[in-house]
Structures are given as C-alpha cells and as structure tokens.
Design a protein around this ligand. Structure first.
Ligand code: SF4
Length: 631
C-alpha cells in the first residue's frame, strides 16, 4: 500500500525521536521536497526563528518519486532559514541521500535542538544514537566521510567541514564526497546544532502503487531522454558544457562582471576539462550520468559544476584548470559554498581597488594574481582581520566597509556566474528568487534564453519576461518538490500537440514575440502520470501548476513576514547604470514593469504581497497564521 509522507522528528536537546503520518491532502497541496519541506518548516517553527537558535529546524524532505526509477529521482531537499540571507532557504542535493531517507521511513526528517558537544547523529529508521564527534573536530568533509564509511559502508553520510563548525554563514554540507547542500549557509545551521555529521541507514521497500504502469512510463521517458542532444552533452561533460556556450554568447563573469567573454576561458571549456577525466558516474539510478571524476596533479577532483568553475575561475581572472579545479575541491572539503566564496574574494579585490582595504606591500590582491589564493585560507581560518571580513560573505563585508554596491547580490546572496545584463529573464530571476539571487530559484530561464530548451526566446527582449519567469519558476519548483533534477528536466518533457504541429520557424517567431509561450508549449503531464502511478492519486497539470504557485507564495509570505519587501527584488545599482564591452545596462523601467507582471502572474499585489484572495484560493490561511518571532 502506498503511504506518503511520514515525518520523523529528532530533538537533539532531549535526544528523543517521534514519528507521525501527516494528512494525505498535503501530498496534493505541496507534493514533497521543497514544497512539503517549506510547509513542515513553517508548521514547526513559525516565522522569524534565529537561524542559529536550537528552535530553528533543519527539514530534510524527499518526494513521492524519490528512490523510484523515475529519471533523476534520487534527490532530496533541505529547508531551513538561511544565516546568509535571513530568507527561507532550500537546497536540492543528489547522490543517495533521498533514497536512503525513504528506506529509513523518513519521507521528511526534522532535526531540532542542539547537542551539548560536537556530535554525530545516527538514525536507522527507528532509533537514534547521538555520540561525541570529538575525534572528527576540525576534519574536512572528505576525511569525515572516509572515516565514517569504514563502519557504515552503505549509509548516507552528511558532514560539515571546519567552515560549518565556525558558523561561517555560507558553509555547506557535503554528502558522498561530491554532493552538496551548497547555497545559503545550511552547513552553518548544522554547525550551530553541534552536529558534525549525520549517518542514515535504512532497508525498507519504497512503496509504489502501480509498479507495472510506472515501469512502462519510465521506459518511454528514458528512451526519449537518450535521443536528446542535451543528453549527450550532460552525459559527456556535465554542466561544464555551458562554458563554451556562455562565453560565445558573452554571458560570463570575468573579473566579477567587468567583462563577459574572454578567449582564455577556452582553457576551462568542457573539452579541456575532459582531458583530466578519470571516471564517469551517476547519482543513484540516474540514466543521465552527468558526474565525472578528474585528476589534477595527482589530486582527485569530484564533479565541479559550471558555476564553481566560473565563480572561482574567470570571475577572479584565473584561467588555469590546474589552479581552478583544485581550488573548488579544497573549498568543498572545507565546507563552503564555492559561488559565494568566489564572489566574496572578487568583492574583496574590488574593495582593495576602491581603497577600502589596504593591501600589504608584498602582496598583489588583484584579479589574476595567485596571491589571492591565500584569501581562501583566511576566510576559513577567520583568525585575522582579513579573515573576519571574508567570513561574512560579500554582501555584509561590502556593507560594513560602506560600499554595498560592490557585491553582486540580491537579498544577501551572490549571483551565479551568468551575466544578468545579457539575459533579461535571468536578470528578473535573480531579483525575484526567494532564497536570494539564484539562477535556479529564479526560474532557470537561462535554459530557454541561452540553450533554447524547450524553444528559443530572445534573451534581450523584456516583453513577456515577467510571465516567462513565473511559468519557468513553477516548473523548477515542481522539480524541487517531486524531487528530481533540474539538469535533466528538458531532456524528457514532451512538447505538446500544438508545438509538435507547428513548424519550428513559426513557433520561434511566436516565442520571440511572446516569450512565455515557450513554456506553454510544454506538456509536463509526464510528472502527473508518474505521480499517479506511484501514489494512486489523480494529478493533473492544473493541480501541479497550482501546487507550484502555492509553494512559491508560501516562501514569499515567509520572507514578507520577516521583513523583505519589493525593494529587495532589485539588483545592485551598477547593473542598471554600467555597461560592459558585451552588455548594456538593464533598463530599470522595463525591469519594474516585468517585475509587476511577475507579481500579477503569481496572484500578488503591486507590492509583491500575496493578496487575501490568493491566500484563500491556495488554502494558505492556516499556515500563514503561524506565529511570527521577534528578531
Ligand atoms: S542529471 Fe546528473 S546531477 Fe542530476 S540526478 Fe542525474 S547524475 Fe545526478
């Protein structure tokens, strides 16, 4: 029999574990993952918990498809309040964690409280064990994983590095050496609970309503997926194939958005990185298999994403793969988000140039200089004035030194490497993302604007971008709630009958005139069919669309209740005023118009606040009335 979701609660302070089955209506309303996790977080903690308070829960949430053979469905999500941004924050991770959580019977795992000393938490589906992690203190994430795997070879292990122990607000959490809850400082929340590592073991069978129907459905999806040209690219290079595309489009960050292309970037292009490849892997049961292991100067490097290479490479004026790849690996081991770390050092360089930080005489803290590598050590050591500044992240560091415009951030989180002045949907996406500037939580419109998936739209036009971002964000939110992988989504989603019947020359005319049509051409009934096969409940694209709107609106409500407003939906001033050799400034007037169109598409008012009618329609009244804690 199918049943989802079961919530397991672990209180580190009382060392108690409790379990409950939540009402089935939640499955329809919030699906799982990011949706169910956000509901469970607010239900548990209300609004405005201090991110480092023991009462700030960490909510690990799987989805109804997790651990089944649905392509890319081994993933899970962590929801909590971010110490970097103060927003509600969620992060989607690959590997085996999601599958093993479900095998342990924990569709949702809520961890609250705080252990007395640095500790290790083990959960096997019924019991918990909290033991001292004294011998792991100060170790990096790979050292912890390797040690714990000796006695728990089949377990899913999560660990923090020295950065998480020191509560650096952009600390990450690593799983299986190469998967991370990367953005938003979720590793610092784990550190604040005195948790060095979590071990999850489980052997339950994952429930499935109609195995035969799902087997046939998945077989068809995998056949279709393997025909796609994008599949070949992801399979061969992972996200690194973006490097050549964005460089040729003039859409990269070079020297933190001073330029957008550079011929030296070709040294970091996918075919060059491929020369270091030693192994080809996959997250659990994923047919896309976009993970690769490399070896650089005798060191093993696990799957750096395009954003890591971009942020630590061209963004800092560094183009040598033998420097950039090991740097990414080192930061993952230390347990920090590579995107925020790269931008923090880049902003530090700009603060030096602006005369806000004094450079020592024997150092050259400039783009392209190897001397800047020492700044990454300083940010984790935190025992110097330079380290203290760097450990804040770029936004708070620049704010403290009186130059907030030097940090490329929204709501306190730095942009990924994509140049917003080159892609108008991406510009708006950075602005409206509920967890701070993020290419994914902003709707991943870059897929449509740069890769032409599913259909190409004009990247520079503003017309229709508010609606495009709304539609695209709904899809990403569903992916995060099922929980599957955004990388592979456009590989198996069908174009609908209308799109198939329209010659591409005509459909691309439509989509360049009204970009939001590109996503109207999508038929994501494949998600609805899979959900029905797995759960036995009826789903339609309409119910899925409404679930996505509900989840995004609930996140927005959270942020509004803790003090964020429409002013926090704008990019830093220089992006509206300065050009680069490849990009013009963003037109603030058009940005504002499409921002309002985005609000409208979501059922929010002109100030970006969900209207009473929308709250009622989405059934958010009860969760909206949870207590608001004072700062
Ligand atoms: S597409 Fe890549 S990252 Fe996504 S689930 Fe598959 S192997 Fe993992």
């Amino acid at each position: 029999m199918y049943s989802f979701p079961r919530i397991v609660r672990i209180d580190l302070s009382s060392e108690k574990v409790t379990q409950e089955q939540v009402p089935p209506g939640l499955l329809r309303d919030y699906i799982g993952g990011r949706g169910l996790g956000t509901w469970a977080y607010i239900d548990e903690a209300g609004y405005g918990q201090d991110p480092f308070a023991p009462t700030n829960p960490m909510v690990f949430a799987t989805g109804p498809l997790t651990g089944t053979t649905y392509p890319t469905a081994a993933r899970s999500v962590l929801v909590t309040r971010s110490p970097l941004t103060g927003t509600i924050s969620s992060s989607n991770i690959g590997g085996r964690l999601g599958t093993i959580l479900r095998k342990a019977g924990a569709d949702v795992l809520i961890v609250t409280g705080k252990a007395n000393n640095l500790s290790l938490l083990k959960f096997d589906g019924e019991n918990i064990e909290i033991s001292s992690a004294k011998t792991l203190e100060g170790l990096d994430t790979h050292e912890v994983d390797n040690k714990l795997k000796q006695n728990h070879p089949k377990a899913a292990i999560l660990s923090i590095g020295p950065a998480g122990e020191k509560l650096i607000p952009y600390a990450s959490i690593t799983h299986d050496l190469e998967h991370d809850f990367g953005r938003g400082g979720l590793g610092a929340v784990m550190g604040s609970k005195n948790l060095k590592a979590i071990i999850i073991e489980g052997s339950l069978k994952i429930p499935l309503f109609d195995e035969e129907a799902q087997r046939k459905h998945v077989k068809k999806m995998v056949q279709q997926l393997k025909k796609s040209e994008l599949y070949r690219l992801y399979n061969s290079y992972g996200t690194k194939f973006y490097t050549s595309i964005y460089n040729s489009l003039g859409g990269m960050t070079v020297n933190q958005y001073e330029k957008n292309k550079d011929e030296r970037i070709e040294r970091l292009a996918e075919v060059e990185i491929k020369k270091f490849e030693t192994a080809h892997k996959s997250c659990s049961k994923c047919p896309v298999a976009c993970r690769h292991t490399y070896e650089v100067n005798g060191e093993k490097i696990y799957t750096p994403e395009f954003e890591t290479i971009g942020s630590l490479g061209p963004n800092l004026g560094l183009f040598d793969p033998s420097i950039v790849l090991p740097l990414g690996e080192k930061l993952t081991k230390m347990g920090v988000d590579t995107i925020t770390a790269g931008h923090t050092v880049a902003t530090f360089i700009k603060l030096v140039k602006a005369g806000k930080i004094k450079e020592p005489e024997n150092r050259k803290w400039d783009f392209g200089s190897k001397d800047i590598l020492e700044l990454f050590d300083a940010m984790i050591a935190t025992d110097s004035e330079v380290g203290r500044l760097l450990s804040k992240g770029s936004a708070k560091m620049a704010q403290e030194l009186g130059a907030p415009e030097l940090s490329p951030q929204v709501k306190g989180m730095e942009f990924a490497v994509y140049e917003p002045r080159k892609f108008m949907g991406q510009a708006l996406g950075y602005g409206i993302s509920n967890r701070g500037a993020c290419h994914l939580h902003g709707g991943a419109t870059i897929a449509v604007e740069a890769l032409g998936a599913p259909l190409k739209v004009d990247k520079l036009t503003w017309r229709g971008k508010g609606k495009l971002v709304a539609n695209s964000l709904k899809i990403v939110t569903l992916i995060d709630s099922l929980v599957t992988c955004v990388h592979a989504f456009y590989l198996y989603v069908n174009l609908n009958v209308m799109a198939k019947a329209t010659p591409s020359a005509i459909s691309s005319r439509f989509t360049s005139w009204v970009p939001s049509i590109a996503l109207k051409f999508l038929n994501y009934s494949t998600m609805a069919v899979a959900l029905e096969n797995v759960t036995g409940e009826k789903f339609s694209t309409k119910t899925l669309d409404q679930a996505a709107q509900r989840i995004i609106t609930l996140e927005r409500l959270y942020n509004a209740k803790v003090g964020f407003s429409k002013e926090d939906d704008y990019l830093p001033r220089p992006f509206y005023e300065r050009k680069t050799p490849e990009s013009d400034p963003i037109d603030r007037h058009q940005y504002t118009r499409e921002l309002k169109n985005y609000y409208k598409a979501m059922g929010w008012d002109e100030d970006g606040l969900p209207t009473a009618k929308t709250i009622e329609k989405l059934g958010l009244g009860e969760v909206a009335s949870k207590p608001v804690h004072s700062p």
